[in-house]
Design a protein around this ligand. Structure first.
Ligand SMILES: [Zn+2]
Length: 112
């Protein structure tokens, strides 16, 4: 898995905004992202180890250790999903206030 930082995701964020790939939720922290170029579908997985955010895609770029736009697209969907889950939890238990929401996978990505 590749460590996700603001620096190494910058180009992939730009590509993702241009291409707007389709993302489908598969399982917790796992998403399928459709390639904007050839219709291939790549599975993207996320993990957190020692406070570091990690991501992995099945495409060639990711195999070479690069952050691809599939990872960014899936991260955006993951942030949205975690935010919705958190809001549901807070509605169910109004006194539950976590110190730091899990939702901040990558601070610079905005879900419109
Ligand atoms: Zn990829």
């Amino acid at each position: 898995m590749i460590k996700l930082t603001n620096e190494n995701t910058e180009n992939a964020v730009k590509r993702c905004k241009q291409l707007k790939p389709k993302v489908r939720f598969i399982a917790d922290r796992t998403f399928a992202v459709e390639s904007a170029n050839n219709g291939n579908v790549y599975n993207v997985r996320f993990d957190v180890k020692d406070g570091e955010k990690l991501g992995q895609c099945e495409c060639r770029a990711s195999e070479r250790g690069l952050i691809c736009y599939h990872i960014v697209a899936a991260a955006t969907a993951n942030i949205y999903r975690q935010t919705v889950k958190l809001q549901a939890a807070m509605t169910a238990a109004p006194y539950f206030k976590p110190n730091r929401p899990k939702a901040e996978m990558i601070g610079r990505i905005r879900v419109n």
